[in-house]
Design a binder for this molecule. Structure first.
Ligand code: SAM
Length: 284
């Protein structure tokens, strides 16, 4: 691919998704686009990019989908999910009284493992929330990932990465070589193709947002824009989980660190005491 074609492709991908591709990523661009080139019987990645930029919507979607890094795992990094179970869920129950509603967003949900891990965590303690309205929403720009997440069918390799055997046997059914997530968990999760660069307000408000290992691919300005939008989606005592290598420190004043090593942040509203965050450990 010529340097000019690479520049045009990188600009297109960044404008549409926020993903930054530096010149040393030419091989990555070509590697990810070649399966699409072959499937559509085009001549080259340059031809594919050219047609996408010229306005072919199907190709635009295919390019963005192919360029996304979708690696994920159940209960990835583990400890943030322990925090969610042992701190956030009890705090929600205490602060909202006997009955209520809470919603969790997995932004950049990929093939569903993150949202399904959240849903399984909630189901484990569901008897503590009788009559509550609970919803987990998973969004991703990659339609192929959302289609796969919606099926809730995982390979042996997928379930070996992060799922304790007890959880696997409790929430999945084995069928041939695949593990099928039980309907009870799947039904708690609403999955949609959605771009984080678009308006997020139609998604509604959330008590906690998992946006893990997504912002790391964005430039500083796009990261700031997305963080601002996520802060507005969160309720005043809401929690943001980032990837363990990501931070908002020095990027956004809308959040304050609770446990930055685990990527846990609380919404920061100037007029509100930090102790009231759902992320704060309290004696209950
Ligand atoms: C590396 S995966 C992380 C998956 C999961 N959050 C985790 O931590 O395991 C990043 C995901 O973010 C999605 N993504 C990247 N840019 C996005 C955007 N602008 N809007 C929505 N999703 C995006 C990608 O498609 C990909 O599925």
């Amino acid at each position: 691919m010529s340097p000019e074609d690479f520049e045009a492709a990188a600009r297109f991908v960044k404008d549409r998704s926020g993903l930054v591709l530096t010149r040393d990523k030419t091989y990555l661009l070509e590697n990810r686009l070649m399966p699409v080139v072959r499937e559509l019987r085009l001549k080259s990645a340059s031809e594919l990019i050219g047609a996408a930029i010229a306005g072919d919507m199907t190709l635009q979607t295919a390019v963005i989908d192919a360029m996304m890094a979708k690696d994920t795992a159940f209960f990835r990094d583990w400890k943030p999910f322990v925090h969610f179970r042992t701190v956030v869920l009890p705090n929600i129950r205490v602060s909202r009284g006997m009955k209520g509603r809470f919603r969790i967003l997995s932004a950049g949900v990929s093939t569903g493992q993150e949202a399904h891990s959240v849903a399984m965590t909630i189901r484990d303690v569901l008897p503590s929330f009788p009559g509550w309205e609970i919803e987990v929403v998973g969004i991703d720009i990659a339609a192929s990932a959302i289609a796969s997440a919606t099926k809730g069918v995982y390979s042996q390799f997928d379930v070996q990465r992060g799922l304790p055997i007890r959880t696997l046997l409790h929430y999945f059914t084995k069928q041939d070589d695949a593990w099928i997530l039980n309907a009870g968990v799947r039904d708690m999760v609403k999955l949609q193709t959605w771009n984080l660069l678009d308006d997020l307000f139609p998604l509604g408000r959330f008590n906690a947002i998992f946006c893990r290992n997504v912002l790391v691919y964005l430039d500083l300005k796009t990261k700031l824009d997305v963080l601002q939008k996520l802060a507005r989606l969160l309720v005043d005592d809401g929690v943001l989980y980032l990837g363990t290598n990501e931070t908002v420190t020095g990027v956004s004043s809308n959040f304050r660190a609770v446990d930055p090593e685990l990527g846990i942040y609380a919404v920061h509203r100037a007029d509100r005491p930090s102790s009231l965050s759902l992320a704060a450990k309290v004696d209950i």
